[in-house]
Design a protein around this ligand. Structure first.
Ligand SMILES: [Zn+2]
Length: 398
């Protein structure tokens, strides 16, 4: 292995080839030399399911564009390093805190992306979840994408090219880089190679994470993540009465809330103390009362943003739990049909086989559908508690 910036992009040979060719062409353009036409372009759209590595791909490409060793993405030069560390002055990452990316943030970023690159190569704007742009923010971005400055590159990431995820007009201006769900083998070998995870743990985590690289890494490294998953996989056995269904729903929601609190607590506290510091909290001098009124507004604004981020984190946590649960029912179904597919949850093999012997395939399928319906309901803004309770009852009835 070369160990360059594309190394982390597992199971995506076509995408890596496209991006390597583009960054090599981009380097020729910078040096004023003839470059193959159409290989490098200003706007890119990375699509693929969650965990397929959309933002990893965008980040690697950004690093290769800033690589001072001829745009190869060597992974060792100052350009590559600073991009990967998130500190390069000409690469900005837009990662939405909450449920959507506000227009003000997008306008500011677009403006900065239009300025000349300070390090002499490219100005790169990476929008990690372009599907969370508000309509107004999307329009602000579209204007820039339609008439990109010479040295500006836009890298957008979205689950798919569906109009729900990305506007048709933005899509039409972008070169598409489709990513697929990497296979469990590819994910496992990445965990072993890069993080030093033992091969058997890596194989288990990669299968359980269903192709989601970040999730696989967490399962391999974080005992809390493993405990939460164990609790989710215990749910099917707990549904013995109506009361048990409501209890299971309540604990699933609570677990997602707790996980979300853990996920955002450190960032929330850091943001608050930074803001208080900036506002000079505790000032008593002349004008302090007026300043206090202004700072109350800013604190309120911060709290609003943090609340939105917490809601997002909670939904993400709940969705991961539902994916684990869906994986269990899929394993049961595969066992019932003797399908030659590798199981997702290899460590609960006995429970899977017991369920396969006890249930009829139709009722397993109904259960799987109930989990998927619950995900969809939450996605369309049904209150999580309502959706999860309905699901638990359906899982119990079978
Ligand atoms: Zn480099």
């Amino acid at each position: 292995m070369t160990g360059d910036v594309f190394d982390d992009l597992v199971g995506q040979p076509e995408a890596v080839e496209t991006l390597r060719a583009a960054s090599a062409a981009a380097d020729l353009i910078l040096r004023g030399q003839p470059s193959p036409p159409g290989v490098m372009t200003h706007s890119w759209l990375f699509t693929g399911p969650a965990g397929s590595g959309r933002s990893t791909a965008a980040r690697a490409f950004a690093a290769a564009l800033q690589c001072v060793r001829g745009g190869v993405g060597c992974g060792e030069c100052s350009g590559c390093h600073t991009v990967l560390a998130g500190t390069h002055s000409d690469v900005r990452f837009v990662v939405p805190d909450g449920l959507s990316i506000p227009v003000a943030q997008m306008r500011e970023l677009v403006l900065r992306a239009a300025s000349a690159p300070t390090a002499g190569r490219w100005q790169v704007l990476v929008v990690a979840d372009a599907d969370r742009l508000t309509e107004a923010a999307g329009n602000a971005l579209l204007k820039a994408v339609e008439e990109p400055p010479d040295r500006t590159v836009f890298l957008l990431c979205a689950p798919s090219t569906h109009p729900d995820d990305i506007s048709v007009t933005i899509r039409s201006r972008c070169r598409l880089v489709p990513l697929r769900q990497p296979g469990a083998d590819a994910v496992a070998s990445l965990l072993t190679r890069r993080d030093g995870v033992p091969a058997d743990v890596a194989a288990w985590a990669a299968a359980a994470a269903q192709g989601h690289v970040g999730r696989a890494r967490r399962l391999a490294a974080d005992s809390h993540a493993r405990t939460r998953r164990d609790a989710v996989l215990a749910v099917p056995r707990q549904l013995t009465t109506v009361g048990a269904c409501f209890d299971a729903a309540a604990s699933l929601i609570e677990a997602a809330e707790a996980e979300a609190v853990d996920a955002v607590a450190a960032v929330d506290a850091a943001e608050r103390s930074a803001l208080e510091m900036a506002l000079g909290a505790g000032g008593t001098g002349k004008g302090a009362a007026g300043a206090a009124r202004g700072s109350a507004g800013q604190l309120k604004e911060l709290e609003k943003r943090q609340k939105s981020r917490a809601t997002r984190a909670q939904r993400d946590a709940l969705d991961r739990a539902l994916m684990d649960l869906a994986g269990f029912y899929r394993d049961v179904l595969n066992a019932q049909f003797g399908a030659a597919v590798a199981p997702i949850h290899t460590d609960v093999d006995q429970v899977t086989r017991a369920a396969a012997a006890k249930w009829r395939p139709e009722s397993t399928l109904r259960r799987l559908e109930a989990v998927l319906a619950c995900r969809e309901a939450i996605d369309t803004n049904v209150k999580p508690k309502i959706a999860v309770e309905a699901m638990m009852l359906a899982l119990w009835r079978g």
